[in-house]
Design a protein around this ligand. Sequence first.
Ligand SMILES: Cc1cc2nc3c(=O)[nH]c(=O)nc-3n(C[C@H](O)[C@H](O)[C@H](O)COP(=O)(O)OP(=O)(O)OC[C@H]3O[C@@H](n4cnc5c(N)ncnc54)[C@H](O)[C@@H]3O)c2cc1C
Ligand code: SF4
Length: 331
Amino acid sequence: MHPFALSRVDDAAAAIAAHARDPELAFIAGGTDLIGLMKDRAALPTRLLDINGLPGMARIETLADGGLRIGALARMSDVAADTEVRRRFPVIAEALLFAASGQLRNMASMGGNIMQRTRCAYFRDDDDPPCNKRRPGSGCSALHGFNRNHAIFGWSDACVATNPSDLAVALAALDATVVVRGPAGERAIPFGEFHRLPGDTPERDNTLDRGDLIIAIEVPARMEGRGSHYLKLRDRQSYEFALVSAAAAVTVDGRRIRTARLAMGGVAHKPWRLTAAEAALRGASLDDITALKLAIATSFTDARPLADNAFKVELAQRVARSALVTAGARA
Ligand SMILES: Cc1cc2nc3c(=O)[nH]c(=O)nc-3n(C[C@H](O)[C@H](O)[C@H](O)COP(=O)(O)OP(=O)(O)OC[C@H]3O[C@@H](n4cnc5c(N)ncnc54)[C@H](O)[C@@H]3O)c2cc1C
Ligand code: SF4
């Protein structure tokens, strides 16, 4: 194990200043991803700053406008069990409950979840094969290697990895925002702009800079929240990352879709919104499977599968359709 020093902080400004000035320092919350990365030598910080003592960051609150503010240190299990989350945003509760295991969810924080790094096996391999995300400029072992679990959208020759967070898919569908405090003050990042596509710099997963601390995640009050569902397909029924997943949220007039929100996991370097399908689904009947199929297909014309994952193109469309129909039944 890589040696490190651990200290604790109980003041956000001090945490931000320490992170901004020290490139060898990493925040640690539940430690369920970071410690694994350190064991695999995919992250080698020499100083860990335990942020669990920061005040007020584990709360789940209803905002004046009806939205929800979830502190970055709230534990996945607490958020999944929260009655407001379950009632108004079942897609969030389900995305959390389908993730990891009970023990992990008790430790893992919301901020840490959306910050977790890819599960690409080459990236996590402590034998250190070529991997641009782990060692920029070394190449991508997955591009022409075993890439069954990798991206079908938005990848580059530099990296074909997918983002593993289930929660992030639900938050992308609901257009949540990430509240970040940094050396220059606080800002709200729209969820769709939080994670990055790999381009030429796959070592950067998101748009945060040094000194940035995630304070909270805000979910706007949305009618679609109640009619929502998260569907996750994986190689085994529990304790496994998504092969493909979909978050769907809809409003309906009778059995007709008034508005639809759809995001997918397991298909790209970031949660992937199906915006063309969302537009095409307006007015479609939830009982007209052919219409749903055709509408969802409009978001797959630019799918670019790799050698081992062409099956994801059809599978993802089925998962999106099925999630949509279940969400519609709840709306
Ligand atoms: C065996 C296993 C199975 C799993 N299965 C799933 C799954 O199916 N689905 C899924 O979504 N996840 C899964 N996970 C991932 C798990 O959900 C994450 O490890 C967890 O959510 C990370 O939260 P944490 O608080 O432990 O983060 P940490 O490990 O403490 O931190 C992770 C990263 O986030 C940074 N960070 C933490 N908090 C903040 C903050 N407030 N501001 C800025 N940066 C911050 C840290 O510096 C670090 O870089 C699994 C993990 C394991 C080990
Ligand atoms: S897909 Fe990305 S994370 Fe995986 S080996 Fe290639 S560069 Fe590394």
